[in-house]
Design a protein around this ligand. Structure first.
Ligand code: SF4
Length: 425
């Protein structure tokens, strides 16, 4: 049995190659579990690791209480951001742990089908999952049917309502969901959608119980979590850390710049955090007090030599391209925000008017999309205006900041690499 107080947990036994079913059973032996899974999940305090951090047991209860013979369990491993690699690392190491968790959850809600969703643009991971499903079926295991689905990779494709829409209609379009929590449906059957890392944690809690799970982390944020670390670092990496570890300790463990200008937290719809806050514990509670978030477990480090406005413009431009363009705030608002940021980052005749327009546009766009895609962009921009106030002041005075002339960029956005020729005008 793996020790409760040590790491790795969900990456236990990972060696760079996916564990076979036999290796997995050896690494994660089954123990007698007291109480029901839902009771254990509630006592464990597990929250979703995909970004929303909703209590897992409440989602399970909601679907378990629906009267239907056609329920679905959906494993979301789409990872729509270029800086996110945790789900692919997990599925390339311990695919069976994710499938165990999905099977536990399917049994708890009474689902006969499990859909595992991995972006088709990641053929290696698709292959690992395919192989794991095949190994399980060769054993003649009873239980819900495991099916692999491979939608095309896009930022919004991993949004859970977009993913369910794809499973229904082969279109990755987020759905308008005024009431939360909202029950998503596949062929009219209620669907429970959980992120791959969440499922892996369910696989552990289902084996070892809530007390074991709580031996790491804090009382409010128990357990461990995976972090995709990139930016000012020799090699982007994925780490498993206890929740509550300081940001500084995570950067040091991953070999990133330990004295950065800022860290992007939560992903491209997250928020910047100044390098002065590196002693903050990595939890939603502590980061939330500073306007930041754990989100999808992404940290992108930028050094003091970088221009935060340039990096934010790159993200906003990419996010504007990635919207599903079915709502006005995304179709018209996000390109306008990106253009305002371009003027602030690279020089404008009237930067004060541009800044005022940008702030006003953020206010107009917020809360108007069918999904939270535009809200993520406005949150990111507002955090940038605060955290990079010094860069902004330089730009407002009509002068480039220290990083404006640099052609080196830190936030990974592969699709934009060919376009990175903009310079201060
Ligand atoms: S807000 Fe944007 S991403 Fe979300 S549904 Fe509307 S157009 Fe699509």
């Amino acid at each position: 049995m793996i020790a409760a107080t040590t790491l790795p947990r969900v990456l236990h036994g990972a060696s760079g190659r996916p564990l076979t079913l036999e290796q997995h059973e050896e690494a994660f032996s089954m123990t007698e579990r007291p109480g029901t899974l839902v009771e254990q999940l509630e006592a464990a305090g597990l929250t979703g690791r995909g970004g929303a951090a909703f209590p897992t047991y409440r989602k399970v209860q909601l679907i378990a209480n629906q009267r239907s013979h056609h329920k679905f369990m959906v494993v979301n491993a789409m990872e729509g951001e270029p800086a996110a690699h945790k789900d692919q690392t997990l599925l390339s190491s311990n695919p069976h742990l994710v499938l165990d968790g999905a099977e536990f959850l399917a049994a708890a809600i009474g689902a006969k089908n499990i859909a595992i969703c991995v972006a088709r643009d990641n053929p290696k991971v698709v292959h690992h999952v395919q192989r794991a499903i095949h190994e399980r079926s060769r054993r003649g295991r009873r239980g819900p049917k495991l099916e692999l689905h491979a939608p095309p990779w896009r930022y919004v494709a991993g949004e859970e309502s977009a993913l369910v829409h794809w499973l229904n209609n082969h279109e990755s379009l987020p759905q308008y969901r005024p009431d939360r929590p909202h029950i998503l449906r596949i062929d009219n059957g209620p669907a429970l959608v959980d992120n791959a890392e969440t499922c892996a944690n369910v696989g552990l809690i289902g084996r070892f119980g809530a007390d074991w799970f709580r031996a790491l982390g804090t009382a409010e944020s128990p357990g461990s979590t995976l972090v995709s670390l990139s930016g000012a670092i020799t090699r982007p990496t994925v780490l498993e850390v206890p929740l509550g570890a300081s940001l500084r300790s995570i950067l040091v463990a991953g070999g990133a710049d330990p004295d950065p200008q800022a860290v992007l937290t939560g992903g491209y719809g997250g928020a910047w955090l100044s390098g002065d806050h590196l002693d903050t514990p990595y939890t939603n509670q502590a980061l939330g007090a500073l306007g930041a978030t754990v989100g999808a477990g992404i940290l992108v480090v930028i050094p003091k030599s970088a221009c935060g406005l340039v990096e934010t413009h790159r993200i906003a431009r990419w996010m504007a391209n990635e919207s599903a363009r079915q709502c006005g705030p995304c179709a018209f608002g996000l390109p306008a925000l990106a253009e305002d940021l371009r003027e602030l980052a690279y020089g404008s005749r009237d930067p004060r008017a541009v800044l005022a327009r940008l702030v006003e546009r953020c206010g107009v766009i917020e809360g108007r999309g069918a999904c939270r895609h535009p809200d993520g962009v406005t949150r990111l921009i507002k955090s940038a205006l605060e955290v990079f106030a010094t860069d902004l002041n330089h730009h407002m005075l009509g002068a480039p900041c220290v990083g404006s002339g640099s052609t080196r960029h830190y936030v990974p956005i592969p699709a934009l690499e060919r376009e990175e020729e903009m310079v201060w005008e």
